[in-house]
Design a protein around this ligand. Structure first.
Ligand SMILES: NC(=O)c1ccc[n+]([C@@H]2O[C@H](COP(=O)([O-])OP(=O)(O)OC[C@H]3O[C@@H](n4cnc5c(N)ncnc54)[C@H](O)[C@@H]3O)[C@@H](O)[C@H]2O)c1
Length: 397
């Protein structure tokens, strides 16, 4: 992760988090371990909980817990109660800053530990789903400190969501199924950066790809890129593999599940496990066979059809695979680390308290520049004449 390496070197020089405590709720993976080391190099004490009980890698949690300046509350496969207990233990550190992935930490902070809200300077949220939650909190006046939504960063959306998720979702699906994608009808729900990356990779593997959307602009974009677009209800009867990436719930609901053909596979790439209506699937089934392959559960319907749910409907690339490749997380985590350092050092105007902020364009440009440097790629620079030309409104044809 060369970009994070460069950020770490600069943090070690300028110590943006000197004396500060950061509470993190992130997937406990090797890439997160590198991010945590960047934060501690910047002078922070880091308390880490998992943002998904199924994605925790216990060896990584143990290795991080042994590092100076780091405390870890995470174990793979814990139940919901223990998951939130871990978040509470992390909040016991009375953090100055928070770094969240999905919004569970910030939500718990406001709902159950509101006495701590006043001392938090700000935070950073990694995902679209978490940022959407925060925007709803901010709109209702419930958000107590500024949070930078890192998902809106241009570099992150391009490298992590589109190319990283697009690839790793298939890595997870193939590990769980070893299915042949070529020739299959693959339905991708949602055509945001994640869904468009998944749809492109599905096409690259030889699938016939159908996209479902609720946003007319995104739906039109999918058509312009050569995909078929239709409602999920119309796509379900022919769907051999459905992949959801919407950030919404019940995208594949009871009616769509009942219409699926024998052998159809269901996977979710969205942050929360609510995009496929698993309770409805369970209610439809007369028999449930977990573990027909690792991370694959078979649901047998009354008429003999079998539907295969991958990774319990949880985020498939993290549960059945290893999440996004380190190269994709490199730029994303660099954006998050720099955004948090910016918040720590900034003197935001009072109105910014309780607002969801965009990643400053300068941070995006810095991370893209570091990524290009890591690749050994140089680009042109504007000449003074070009700068003057672009600044002027007087020059025309
Ligand atoms: N698996 C991963 O590694 C990974 C990485 C990044 C983000 N995510 C998650 O993936 C999800 C999508 O991320 P994104 O950045 O593409 O978000 P986005 O919000 O930009 O795109 C989501 C798209 O889904 C569409 N949509 C919403 N409800 C729908 C419905 N019922 N049917 C069809 N389409 C619907 C929206 O109109 C939107 O275009 C989020 O939950 C995000 O947190 C996962």
């Amino acid at each position: 992760m060369p970009v994070l390496g460069m950020v770490r070197a600069s943090f070690a020089d300028r110590l943006p988090f000197a004396g500060l405590t950061i509470a993190c709720c992130l997937h406990v993976t090797p890439e997160t371990a590198v991010l945590v080391r960047v934060l501690t190099a910047g002078g922070a004490r880091v308390h880490l909980a998992a943002s998904n009980p199924l994605s925790t890698q216990d060896d990584i949690a143990a290795a991080l817990a042994a590092e100076p300046g780091v405390a870890v509350q995470a174990r793979s496969g814990v139940d919901r109660g223990t998951y939130y207990e871990h978040i509470h233990r992390v909040l016991d550190s009375e953090p100055d800053l928070v770094m969240d992935d999905g919004g569970d930490l910030v939500n718990t902070l406001h709902e159950a530990r509101s006495e701590l809200v006043g001392s938090v300077r700000g935070g950073c949220e990694a995902t679209s789903s978490g940022a959407a939650r925060l925007r709803r909190m901010a709109a209702s006046g419930s958000l107590g400190f500024p949070v930078v939504a890192a998902d809106v960063s241009a570099t992150r959306r391009m490298i992590d969501h589109k190319y990283g998720t697009g690839q790793s979702v298939f890595d997870g699906i193939l590990r769980a199924t070893n299915t042949l994608v070529a020739g299959k009808t693959v339905v991708v729900a949602g055509f945001g950066p994640c869904g468009s990356g998944i749809a492109e990779r599905a096409r690259g593997l030889g699938a016939q790809v159908i996209v479902t959307e609720v946003d007319p602009v995104r739906a039109l974009g999918a058509i312009m890129q050569g995909f078929r677009v239709m409602p999920m209800r119309a796509a379900a009867p022919g769907a051999e593999l459905i992949i959801t990436a919407t950030g919404s719930r019940d995208v594949v609901g009871a009616a769509e599940l009942a219409a699926l053909p024998d052998g159809a596979m269901l996977a979710n790439a969205g942050h929360f496990d609510v995009e496929i209506d698993v309770p409805a699937l369970t209610a439809l089934a007369i028999e449930v066979n977990p573990g027909v392959r690792p991370n694959a559960t078979e649901y047998v319907l009354a008429d003999g059809r079998r539907l295969i749910l991958l990774a319990e409907g949880r985020v498939v690339n993290l549960v059945a695979g290893e999440g996004n490749p380190a190269a994709a997380m490199d730029t994303s985590f660099a954006v998050q680390a720099l955004a948090l350092a910016w918040l720590a050092g900034s003197d935001l105007e009072p109105g910014a308290r309780g607002r969801v902020l965009e990643v400053p364009a300068a941070i995006d440009a810095e991370v893209a520049g570091l990524a290009l440097a890591a690749l050994g790629t140089r680009i042109d620079e504007l000449t003074p004449e070009q700068l003057a030309y672009l600044d002027s409104w007087r020059l025309g044809s």
